[in-house]
Design a protein around this ligand. Structure first.
Ligand code: HBI
Ligand code: FE
Length: 293
């Protein structure tokens, strides 16, 4: 059997599933049929009518609250996901996306190791989990499912500047894994791609996928007086811990996607050294140098 056939025949490459976040929740998803790069088939025909309906209800609940809370770039792009009556087919979505920014959507069984994740982003391939949450997880699911990844992450990949940032982030990650700085970069991803806010003439708006795909955190992040909202500062963010199972205590605000892209320009080696020397900060820490919104 030629290597190529072997590679694509889905024979178990024995990829070890990754557990993620606090505690050791058993990994969800079928890693046994994942390929060596952790991608797998979407298996669209296996979604049940109930799962398509769950996706539709999740989509409609979020879409209803976007105006005034989500950034305009997201609102303009979310229509590219197509009608929410069914879970989108990743190959069809990739055709439209690739024409716009050179990105494609690839299926994965769930969370994958950092190295594999960075390699996919660097190749403009966004990993989307192929399973959907259970009905009882309608309001909250710990691991990212197809709704979080598709609705939360994919629309902004249609924005050229954000799309460039995501690839640059992946390339930075590949360097970081040699520099053992994955945790610092994970914080940058967390406080921008997942939970970032952007300043606009009409006020603060959400662009982070974790916010945009959350029923409660979208309004909370933009309007609640509880959390603090601080100006984007790369090294400050890399020092700041985060919690994966509660609303954020701090949100960081950019003034445009170009600012994100520019932040990935320098060589991070000296950055990691300064960040390590300065020490970690709690999620709710406040520094005198913080720009507070
Ligand atoms: N895997 N499928 C998937 N999706 C993610 O968003 C993801 C991941 N693995 C690691 C990860 N994110 C974070 O640690 C990034 O900061 C690297
Ligand atoms: Fe995510």
């Amino acid at each position: 059997m030629s290597a190529a056939l072997d590679f694509h025949s889905g024979i178990n490459q024995g990829v070890a599933p990754v557990t993620y976040g606090q505690g050791d929740r058993p990994p969800r998803g079928d890693y046994a049929h994942a390929r060596a790069d952790y991608t797998c088939d979407q298996q669209w025909e296996r979604y049940t009518a109930a799962e398509h309906d769950l996706y539709r209800r999740l989509y409609e609940r979020q879409a209803a609250q976007l105006p005034g809370l989500a950034c305009e770039e997201f609102i303009a792009a979310v229509k590219h996901l197509g009608e929410p009556s069914r879970i989108p087919r990743f190959d069809q979505l990739s055709e439209t996306l690739h024409r716009r920014t050179g990105w494609e959507v690839v299926a994965v069984p769930g969370l994958i190791p950092e190295e594999a994740f960075f390699a996919l982003l660097a190749a403009r391939r966004f990993p989307v989990t192929n399973w959907i949450r259970k009905p009882e997880e309608f309001d909250y699911v710990v691991e990212p499912d197809v709704f979080h990844d598709l609705f939360g992450h994919v629309p902004l990949l249609f924005d050229p500047m954000f799309a460039d940032y995501m690839q640059a982030y992946g390339e930075g990650g590949l360097k970081a894994s040699r520099l053992e700085a994955c945790e610092r970069l994970a914080r940058l991803y967390w406080y921008t791609v997942e939970f970032g806010l952007i300043s606009t003439p009409a006020g603060l708006r959400a662009y982070g996928a974790g916010i945009l795909s959350s029923a409660g955190e979208l309004r909370y992040s933009v309007e609640s007086p509880e959390p603090q909202r601080l100006g984007f500062d790369l090294e400050r963010i890399m020092r700041t811990r985060y919690r994966i199972d509660s609303y954020q205590a701090s949100y960081f605000v950019i003034d445009g996607f170009a600012q994100l892209f520019e932040a990935t320009a320098p060589d991070f080696t000296p950055v990691y050294r300064r960040v390590a020397a300065a020490g970690d900060l709690e999620a709710d820490a406040r520094l005198p140098s913080d720009k507070v919104y």
